[in-house]
Structures are given as C-alpha cells and as structure tokens.
Ligand binder design. Structure first.
Ligand SMILES: O=C(O)CCC(=O)C(=O)O
Ligand SMILES: [Fe+2]
Length: 495
C-alpha cells in the first residue's frame, strides 16, 4: 500500500523550515530554582487565568474568553479573523510569564542552534533578510543583533523548554485531537521581522509582552495548504489593521495574509503563535483512507482485480472509456464507504498524531509508571490517561498474505518525547519502522469489546468485561504494566 508521508509536510509549517534538533538541547523537565523563577512559579500558580484543572474544552473556552465556544466555531473558525482586546492586567501578567525576554539568556545556555531552534531575521522594504549566524547561539551576539540590527528572534517550539507552554499545548492537542506547534516572535521597537505571507495552519496568537501592529488581508488561497510569501503589490488594502497589547488574543484561518511590526518608540514586542490543523482536512483524510479502502475491496471484488487494457500505461491520455470505468469503481467504493464506514481504517493520521503529540503534562514522571497493586479478577478497574490513548484495528504486520489477521492496537503517547515535539527530523533515522515508534500494545481482535468497555466507562468490574475469563488477566496486566490501568476498588464502595 502506498504510504503518504504526512510528516514531510510539517517541515514547512509556519514560516520556517524546522530541521534536526541538536542533541545538546535536553528536555526541560527539571525544576529550576533561582529566587526569581520560584517567585514567577508562585505567581503562575496564583494567577493561572487559563483553566488548569478542567476539561480540554473548558481550557479552550478560557483561552477565547469572553467569546463562547459555539460562536467561535460558527463565526470565526476557518472563516474569518478574530481580535480579542482584553485590558486585563492579570491575564497580561500571566501571558507575560509564558516566555519573558529576561529568560532568554538562560535558554540560550542550553545549547540552542541557529536554524533549528532560533532564526533571526528582518524585513526591510518588503524583503526578508535572514540574519542567522553559524552554529550555536551565543546570547551576547543574539542580544547585539536584536538591539543593533533590529533582528526579530523567532524561537521554534518553545514548549520544549517552558513548562507552562507544554501544559497549554498538551491541553490544546487534547481539545483539537491534532498536533499543536508554536513559535515565539520577539521584535525590537520600530522593526518588522517577516514580509507579508500566509501560513498553512490555523493560528492563535497571544500577545505576551509589549505591543504589535498587525495588518491582515483577504486570502488569495483560502484555507491554504502551503506557506507562501505574497508580494506587497498583490495583497491590496488590509481588511484588519490593529494593535495587540499584552493579554490580547488574535485568531486567523490558514491562508490569511498577514504582516506585523513593532511600533517605534515603545519597547520590544513578544508574541506566541500557536498553530494547529496542518494537513487535517477532509482531503487529507481521503488521502489517508483510500489506499486501504481499495486494498480491502480488492479482496472481495474480483472486477477490481481484472487487468488493465493492454498498453494503458504508455498511452498518452486516459480514454473516455477508461475514465468511465474508473468512475464506476469509485461510485461502488462510495457505496461501500456509506454502508460500512465504521470499518474504514485511518491509520497513518491517527498514528502520526498519537506518536508525535506531547506526552501528558506531569511534573513527576513517576506518575507514568504502574500505580497501586496489580489487578485481580475480583477488582474493579479503570483506564488512566484516556486523553492520551486510542484504539485502532489494523492488519497484523506479521502476515503479508491475503488472509491478513486483524489486531486491535492500544496506542498511547505516555512516553513521547517532549524535547523533540514538532521538530522535524529529530529522530528520522529511527522512523523507518513506524510501528516501533508508537507506544502501545496489541491484542487479538477478540479483545476489542472489552477495551471499548474500559474506554467508555469510568470504571468496570472485571467480571463484567466482555472477554473470555482466561484472557482477562492478560489484558489487564498488560494495560497495568504499561501505566494505563488502575484498580479502583470494588464497585459497591462507590455506590
Ligand atoms: O511577527 C511577525 O513578524 C510575523 C509573525 C507571524 O507571521 C506569525 O505569527 O505567524
Ligand atoms: Fe505567519
């Protein structure tokens, strides 16, 4: 079956190409302890104006406050830009704590690389100039380029280093069911980093520090699938022209042409661009599903297995008879999709998401380990980290003949790497065998029903599991050892 490389596209997400992340940049899981940092941490705990304990939906709701979720998706999502001016000092303080300029020196000390982790650029008379130096970022030189050359600092995927961004993006990935990347842009006063362009992602922009002047223009390619520059002469007059202040939020659909500059006279501007929905369209799903769908159909539909007309591949164009025959097959496939849609298998999009998303936001990695005692037959059990796991039914990789055996996979992101999140190519050499990259377990198809029971219920008495008695312990022990199951005590205790 042809495999469509979805990951290749992520390279072009946002403006910049993301390349191999240096192995020197290690994950930032350890708590740091200077007095200022502890103070900031405490402030975060106090102000946390973004819902931290609620569901992913409550979290997103708190992000677009005061707008309501339904209104956002009906009026704005994929339709038009939204500017939320807040005048909310607490929120501005919280946004400011997400990536303070004052913390950049400490981040640079971790061995950041130009091109990979940071780009420096400046837009002069509509032209972008890349000001990157070679190799590792030296903070003093970076600061000098920022002050003297008026370079904009574009920091790639800061959630790798900033815990609160990890928390925010992990919540958003749960909410959208899609990867969420980010970039921070720091622009000195009286400067512009990038010329007018559009991105291939839905973006939410949080103004963290200072202010920024934005101009948005009608898309030339609505819901664009590729990043592109647009020459000033082609973009016409802006549809939106406004200034974002710290604490404000901006949303615009992919394809929206935009440019932004920091007004002269004020201080620097820092904003965070959260991006999502790259390659997440109906077309992408069809690209993902069709090969498997045709492949399966060929097993039962002998006509799909009849040979092509002689010489078809060397005739210059498809004849009307051939295109008619193709359309007949496509209609038949459409009927199959209509009637047996539930058996469609979108595996590569799901695997791509589950294997590349952020791991659960946990300060203590111990929490990913098995908890409590091992399950026994008289127990009541529940799944842990439901937000981070999914079931797929796929052919066993061990069988290559036509009578392929189907297996149920429990895929999860518990042990995904935070330090390479959204960094293309970070682990390319181990990606050949994709299966080995996804955390997960596989079981015979007979276990599907019991797994679904566990997924939809808060807790299930083991005796109620729809599974052969002798298979139950195997299933539960496998899930428990993986950190995905806990014993919740007998059901009557909870009634
Ligand atoms: O700040 C800038 O110069 C551009 C930022 C941008 O293009 C974005 O956030 O998508
Ligand atoms: Fe952009």
């Amino acid at each position: 079956m042809p495999k469509i490389s979805r990951r290749a596209a992520r390279r072009s997400g946002q403006e910049e190409r993301l390349q191999r992340v240096s192995s020197a940049s290690s994950p930032a899981t350890q708590r740091s302890g200077s007095p200022q940092e502890i103070e900031q941490e405490e402030r975060l705990q106090r102000v946390s104006t973004l819902s931290s304990s609620g569901s992913p939906q409550e979290f997103f709701q708190s992000l677009i406050r005061p707008l309501d979720l339904q209104e956002f998706f009906q009026r704005f999502w994929e339709r038009q830009p939204l500017v939320l001016h807040r005048s909310d000092a607490a929120l501005a303080g919280y946004y400011g704590s997400l990536f303070p300029l004052s913390g950049l020196r400490r981040l640079c000390a971790r061995g950041l690389q130009y091109g990979t982790d940071i780009n420096t650029c400046r837009c002069v008379r509509g032209q972008k100039r890349l000001l990157n130096r070679a190799g590792a970022v030296d903070f003093c030189l970076l600061e000098r380029d920022f002050l003297e050359k008026k370079a904009t600092i574009q920091f790639h995927q800061p959630q790798r280093f900033q815990d609160e961004l990890w928390r925010i993006q992990e919540r958003l990935e749960c909410f959208f069911g899609c990867l969420v990347g980010s970039n921070v842009y720091i622009t000195p006063a009286g400067a512009q980093g990038l010329p007018p362009h559009y991105d291939d992602v839905e973006v939410l922009i949080l103004q963290l520090e200072g202010q920024k002047h934005w101009r948005l223009y009608e898309p030339t390619v609505p819901l664009a699938r590729e990043y592109s520059l647009e020459p000033e002469g082609r973009i016409g007059a802006p549809t939106h022209d406004f200034i974002l202040q710290a604490g404000d939020l901006l949303y615009f659909p992919r394809g929206t042409i935009h440019q932004a500059d920091t007004p002269a006279g004020a201080g620097h501007s820092t904003h965070l661009t959260l991006s999502t929905y790259q390659n997440m369209s109906w077309g992408d799903l069809l690209l993902d599903l069709m090969p498997g769908c045709v492949f399966d159909r060929m097993k039962t539909d002998c006509e799909l297995r009849t040979g092509l007309p002689r010489g078809l591949l060397t005739t210059p164009s498809i004849s009307p008879a051939v295109s008619h025959q193709l359309s007949v097959f496509l209609r038949r496939l459409a009927d199959v999709v209509d009637q047996q849609g539930q058996s469609l298998r979108s595996s590569s999009m799901r695997r791509d998401f589950i294997s590349h998303r952020l791991p659960p936001f946990l300060q203590d990695p111990q929490l990913l380990q098995p908890v409590g005692g091992a399950p026994a037959l008289q127990d009541t059990v529940s799944l842990r980290f439901k937000d981070h796991l999914l079931l797929t039914v796929e052919p066993s990789p061990d069988h290559t003949d036509e009578a392929t055996e189907l297996l149920v996979y429990v895929l999860h992101s518990l042990r995904n790497r935070r330090d390479t999140h959204m960094m293309m190519g970070a682990s390319d050499e181990d990606e050949d065998d994709e299966e080995s990259q996804v955390g997960g377990l596989r079981f015979p198809l007979s276990h599907l029903e019991a797994l679904q029971q566990l997924l939809v219920s808060d807790r299930v008495p083991v005796e109620d599991l729809q599974l052969q008695q002798e298979d139950k312990l195997n299933l539960l022990l496998a899930l428990w050892s993986e950190g995905l199951l806990r014993v919740t005590g007998a059901l009557e205790n909870h009634h």
